[in-house]
Design a protein around this ligand. Structure first.
Ligand code: ZN
Length: 455
């Protein structure tokens, strides 16, 4: 074992929780590996016995497989389309044992909505993960406002309340941010010391006049989840409130809680007692060495209602090649670099990501939010390859800025977007407009880019 890293950084609170889950005094990589392999075999056996889909998928798999992680490729990757179209065939318990069904909105115009099934135990483990992971941010006496839904049992807000309530942290679920002044009033009224929210929405709140005032000197820690966080987005929040920003990775598919930063603010420590993370080549599906960018594949090791075995998440990440400075043996991933489906292939050959645009646009202080629309230049059908795509960025700017400052900010945004390497090399025309209507400006990455170029 290597000695503890930086002694000034407290070890990830997930370390102690994971050790307890594994029944060991001191966590080692060997113990984690042994536990994960045993749980993997167990969940594969459970799934093939009880789920019609997995039974067919593993028909020719030897009993007790895989023998080791080097044989994990025997288990085919699970595509998200299977979860959407045949989700019920993945369920391993009778519906009377399911305590929560989450219906996900459809992204396309056709097809049934995706449904995800959880047992009481599945949800309890997530609440427990939230409770321990959040100890890097909050402790007894802290007051947390969750800017995500929390009314339904088993929702993010409810699970945070269940988990953190046991540690003397008061939790209030506000829901998603729409009216920044109203959220600001809630932060002041509740005397919040910490926030959990979606990155783009928290940036918008932190840059609004009311939100900035409400959080300054009050909000000490912020956890961002549900989307990528670029350096400019992180800086926007830290600068507004003089607070610490932590990142969390999770999705409903993998059971909401996945990986979270410790006070080293380096990688996001994986919830390894419950989840196996792999990074694979998105084209070949082969595992990649630590440090290489690829698609995150997740196996839920302990979930019983609807286990996900080698689920392709579509998220592009790197597994950290170096141990975290906090000294934890838990593995960590870097921030999500982007989503596979969210790359924008331009006529000129470049493929900027939504994160590239976020970094450029939020790099301008006056920007609260934006929506970018990509269109083909219909006026010029004979345009040479590399010409013809046009990007219109509608930005919501801080209303208290005088007109000349807003005009300069819009020009600054145009300049920054135009110099994204993939944009510059593609000859994309960029236009920036100020949007008077806050409602025009969508907060989530999925909604920030509208591709109207047809097929
Ligand atoms: Zn750490």
């Amino acid at each position: 074992m290597s000695p503890r890293g930086d002694p000034s950084v407290p070890i990830s609170p997930l370390e102690e929780w994971t050790a307890r889950r594994l029944g060991v005094d001191r966590l080692t990589r060997e113990e984690v590996g042994r536990w994960q392999l045993e749980r993997l075999r167990e969940v594969v056996g459970w799934a093939r016995e009880r789920s019609p889909y997995y039974r067919r998928l593993y028909e020719s798999l030897p009993d007790g497989a895989p023998a080791g992680f080097d044989r994990i490729a025997l288990l085919p990757l699970l595509d998200n389309s299977v979860v959407r179209e045949r989700g019920q065939e993945l369920v391993c318990v009778s519906l009377s044992d399911i305590s929560r069904v989450v219906t996900m909105p459809t992204s396309g115009s056709t097809g049934a909505p995706k449904r995800l099934y959880f047992t009481t135990d599945d949800l309890r483990l997530t609440a427990d993960h939230f409770r321990h992971g959040m100890r890097a941010l909050v402790g007894p006496g802290d007051r947390l406002v969750v800017l995500m839904p929390g009314q339904t049992p088993g929702s993010v807000g409810a699970l945070l309340r269940d988990g953190l309530g046991q540690d003397g942290v008061d939790v209030h679920s506000y829901g998603f941010v729409d009216d920044c002044a109203d959220v600001a009033a809630c932060i002041v009224g509740f005397e919040a010391t910490a926030l959990v929210g979606v990155p783009g929405q928290v940036v918008r709140l932190a840059r609004s006049a009311a939100g900035r005032r409400a959080g300054k000197g009050r909000i000490r820690n912020v956890l961002l989840s549900g989307d990528h966080v670029t350096p400019a987005m992180r800086a926007a929040i830290e600068d507004a409130w003089d607070c610490r920003v932590f990142e969390h990775y999770g999705s409903t598919e993998i059971g909401l809680g996945g990986a979270v930063q410790c006070r080293a603010h380096a990688g996001l420590h994986v919830r390894e007692a419950d989840l196996l993370f792999e990074v694979v080549d998105p084209v070949t599906g082969r595992p990649l060495p630590d440090g290489s960018e690829g698609e995150l594949v997740v196996t839920t090791l302990t979930r019983r209602g609807m286990p996900m075995i080698r689920l392709r998440t579509g998220d592009l990440v790197r597994m950290a090649a170096e141990p975290c400075p906090c000294g934890s043996v838990l593995r960590s991933i870097g921030t999500v670099v982007g989503r596979m489906g969210e790359r924008l292939p331009l006529k000129g050959g470049g493929t900027p990501t939504v994160a590239d645009l976020d970094e450029a646009v939020f790099g301008v202080d006056a920007v609260m939010g934006f929506v970018a629309t990509l269109e083909a230049d219909a006026d010029d059908p004979a345009a040479a390859p590399g010409a013809g795509d046009r990007l219109t960025v509608k930005v919501e700017l801080r209303s208290e800025e005088p007109v000349p400052a807003r005009e300069a900010a819009a020009a600054d945004v145009a300049g920054r977007v135009a110099t994204i390497p993939a944009v510059r090399s593609s000859g994309l025309q960029v236009r920036v407009e100020e949007s008077a209507e806050a409602a025009d400006v969508a907060p989530s990455a999925k909604q920030r880019i509208v591709d109207r170029r047809g097929t």
